[in-house]
Write a protein of this length. Structure first.
Length: 227
């Protein structure tokens, strides 16, 4: 959200205190040792998040240890291999990057630009942006986590039903109905021309309307919109 924009970060930065020396940030190697995760995984983990691969002695982000807790537990339990875990982390990072980019675009077009056009200076606009961001961020974090929980529940429920059907079928008490899988590919004709003639917002509304219609149709047929 906007409270984490580059401008906001610059404005909220304060100079180090002269009362005493600041503690040295931990390196990637040190955090790997502290958490109990192999260094190679730690470095690859940062790559999976979209960063350039760091060196073992580079200073690490302060939240890295907390982010490595789930991978550590999975490693100790032996439930997932490193390669699969890193691929999963990459999926998380890509999905959340798209969320953050969309939020940033909406905030820029609908909050920042209108205030500048209304005559606010950049400093005044940033003060408003920071205030709104501080108020919105806690709720947005709950929203994102809540949506994730709902999606997780849906997927896990479907998986559980599949296992139950397999078990009952193996007992000879159930026979799966024959239902061939069907794929449909949709495209918006003239989308590029529409964008040029009526602007990005009109084109985005059209794409959103199509997405809503697709979700309604596939939902009625126990289907799934892939993208």
């Amino acid at each position: 959200m906007p409270s984490t924009t580059a401008a906001s970060r610059l404005r909220s930065w304060t100079a180090p205190s002269s009362a005493g020396p600041r503690s040295r940030p931990q390196t990637y190697a040190e955090i790997g040792d502290e958490v109990g995760v192999p260094l190679e995984f730690v470095l690859a983990f940062e790559e999976a998040l979209g960063k350039v691969r760091p060196a073992p002695d580079d200073p690490a982000p302060s939240d890295l240890g907390a982010l490595l807790e789930a991978p550590r537990v999975a490693m100790e339990a032996g439930v997932i291999d490193d390669r699969t875990h890193l691929r999963l982390i990459g999926v998380y990072a890509d999905a959340l990057r798209r969320i953050a980019e969309t939020e940033g675009d909406v905030f820029h077009r609908l909050i920042e630009v209108p205030r500048l056009e209304a005559g606010l200076s950049h400093r005044e606009m940033l003060e408003v942006v920071n205030r709104i961001g501080a108020e919105l961020t806690p709720g947005m974090e709950k929203l994102v986590l809540g949506i994730y929980r709902r999606q997780q529940e849906r997927v896990w429920t479907d998986d559980g039903v599949q296992h139950m059907e397999s078990a009952i079928e193996a007992m000879g008490l159930y026979e799966r109905p024959e239902r061939p899988t069907t794929f449909s590919f949709l495209d918006l004709t003239g989308y590029t021309r529409l964008t040029g003639e009526r602007g990005d917002e009109a084109a985005a509304r059209l794409a959103s309307d199509l997405g809503r219609l697709v979700q309604e149709e596939v939902g009625q047929r126990d289907g799934r919109a892939v993208q």
